[in-house]
Write a protein that binds this ligand. Sequence first.
Ligand code: ATP
Length: 194
Amino acid sequence: MRLGVFGGSFDPPHNGHLALCLLAREQLGLDRLLISISKNPFKSSADASDSHRKEMAGLLACEINSTGDFATVSDWELQRPGPSYTIDLLRHLRQESGNPELVLLVGEDSYREMPGWNSSDAIPGLCSIAVFSRHAAFSGKDPLAGILPPARFLDFDMPVSATEVRELMKNGQSAARLLPPSIAAYIDANGLYR
Ligand code: ATP
C-alpha cells in the first residue's frame, strides 16, 4: 500500500491544498492519502481552534473524495502530548498501518525548512518525499543543495496560502475564490478569521 502523508496546520485548508492532493493522486500512484493536522505552537487568537481546523480538514477530505474515496484525516499529532514532529508521525504510521510505503507530500517552502526538522536525517529512511513547487524557481546554484534530502519535484503553480486567506478575511474581504465552497461556508457559518 502506497500511502501519501500530507501534514499541515490547515488554518484554513484552501484550494492550493485541494489541488495538491488531487495532483498527488494522479501523479504519484498513491492508494490512500492521510491528511494530518499538526499542532500550531505559534497560534494567535486570530487563528482557528484545533477543533475547527479538524472540521475543515474533514471538509477538505470530503472535497477530495467527491472524485473517489482516497483521503482520511488524522488528529494523531493533535492528540499527542508535547510537540509534534513529522518523524514521530512517520514512525507511528509505519508501525500501525501494516508497514505501508510512505510518500511525504510537502510544499517547496516546507521542504526547504526540512534540514531544521527534528531528526530530519532519518526521514528519507522512512518515506520518499514529493515536493510541490510553490515559489519562482531559484536561479543559479541553490545554497541549500547538498543538505536537502533527495526528493521528487512536481511542477505546481497555485499561488494561494492560508495566510492570504486569513488576511483577506481580517480586512473584511472575501476569500471565497481561494477556498473550496464547503470550507468557505463553514468559515462564514462559524464567524472564523473576522
Ligand atoms: P500558512 O500561510 O498559514 O503558513 P499554508 O498555506 O502554507 O499556511 P499549511 O497548512 O501550512 O498551509 O500547508 C501544509 C502543506 O501544504 C505545506 O507543506 C505547504 O508547503 C503546502 N502548501 C500549502 N499551500 C501550498 C501551495 N499553494 N502550493 C504548494 N504547496 C502548498
